[in-house]
Design a protein around this ligand. Structure first.
Ligand code: 13P
Length: 365
């Protein structure tokens, strides 16, 4: 076996480990500047030490490894230790959770006079990949953002093409250095567009992304996609809810004179249709972001997509890589107090268990 194929084998095994049945990712990679909003909401000062205490609380939740296969960390957290001076990546590995690292360094304007963005982080990328790998990271994440604005015809072709290429370039460096890349082209839910617009845009973005991944020779079996679910815009007049039902006609093979009508959840079908039109079956798995959905909605939507009673085309494992939808109630229960840590961990465990069940289509509320 040459070194290339042994790297590929490792990438495939680690990607498959992450999306193993009934497990998913805890995205705890908020940057110090983006977690401030969440800490403010519970009246906690945003210091390095408070962030360490909070991440320690999440990572030491008893039995969390039953439901969580990987944790994504910001560089700051990756470099921190628990109360006994064990580095967080090592502590997670010891309980069977793969440590992951956020490699991007945030957003910057793509062109003058628009709010379209590129993502920073190529400085020292190879070196950082090597360094994080040597210190235990086995996967990485890079987020690009696409915004819908119908009046301005956004996202523009330029923004779609540019972000697809940088995701592919990042993935190429990661794979060369042994890290499974998570590709995150997030179509954010801001705006008043309806769900069909979100579906159309998400299809264009994913199609461009997979074209770029092919151009850069990315090994899809050792790669994960982190997409948004297809939803109505957050300011849409009539938003499709998690439980809104539609009807679809399927041909009945055994009796072509009769058609079978199947009830389905609109949001789940729109998301699966989008993915089935754009993502090759070779891809190791799909790990959704929660994108501002409530904890319960994010669980229900994942569950609906995984229910076996639908005849959806979904050749990849579909699971979660949630930030807010795994942390919101835990953060509130904690409120910055040591005496609340047990309750906060129970809240975190409850959401992790619910999403793990949803990843199997077995969540029943
Ligand atoms: P949310 O699940 O809160 O959207 O966060 C996931 C994430 O990692 C965004 O980059």
């Amino acid at each position: 076996m040459n070194s290339n194929s042994s790297i590929e084998l490792m990438l495939k095994e680690n990607a498959e480990f992450i999306v193993q049945q009934g497990k998913g990712i805890l995205a705890a990679d908020e940057s110090p500047s983006s977690i401030v909003k969440r800490f403010n909401s519970i009246g906690v000062e945003n210091t390095t030490e408070q962030r360490r205490i909070y991440r320690q609380l999440l990572f030491t939740t008893p039995d969390i490894q039953q439901y969580i296969s990987g944790v994504i960390m910001h560089e700051e957290t990756f470099n921190q230790t628990n109360d006994s001076s064990v580095p967080f990546p090592m502590m997670l590995s010891q309980i069977g959770i793969l440590p992951g690292i956020k490699l991007d360094r945030g957003l910057e304007s793509l062109t003058i006079n628009t709010n379209e963005t590129t993502t920073l982080g190529f400085d020292d990328l190879e070196k950082r990949c090597e360094d994080f790998f040597n210190r235990g990271a086995r996967f990485a994440k890079w987020r690009c953002v696409l915004r819908i604005n119908k009046l301005k015809n956004q996202p523009t072709d330029v923004a779609i093409a540019h972000n697809a290429i940088i995701l592919a370039r990042y993935a190429s460096v990661c794979q060369a250095k042994g890290l499974v890349p998570i590709i995150e082209p997030e179509v954010i839910p801001d705006g008043d567009h309806d769900i069909n617009v979100c579906q159309y845009v998400t299809e264009k973005v994913l199609a461009a992304t997979f074209k770029a991944l092919s151009d850069y020779d990315i090994y899809l079996e050792g790669c994960l996609l982190k997409p948004n679910m297809v939803t109505s815009g957050q300011e849409a007049k009539k938003r499709v809810k998690s439980t809104d039902i539609g009807e679809r006609k399927f041909e009945n093979k055994t009796n072509y004179l009769r058609n079978v009508f199947c009830l389905f959840i609109i949001l789940a079908l729109a998301t699966i249709t989008t993915l089935s039109r754009t993502c090759p079956p070779a891809l190791a798995g799909i790990v959704f972001l929660s994108g501002g959905q409530s904890e319960e909605d994010a669980t229900i939507n994942l569950n609906e997509m995984n229910k076996t009673l639908y005849r959806f085309k979904r050749p990849w494992p579909l699971t979660f890589s949630y930030g807010r939808a795994l942390q919101a109630s835990a953060l509130k229960a904690w409120s910055g107090k040591r005496e609340n840590e047990f309750n906060a961990q129970q809240s975190c465990l409850k959401r992790a268990a619910a999403n793990a069940a949803a990843a199997k289509g077995e969540y029943d509320g």
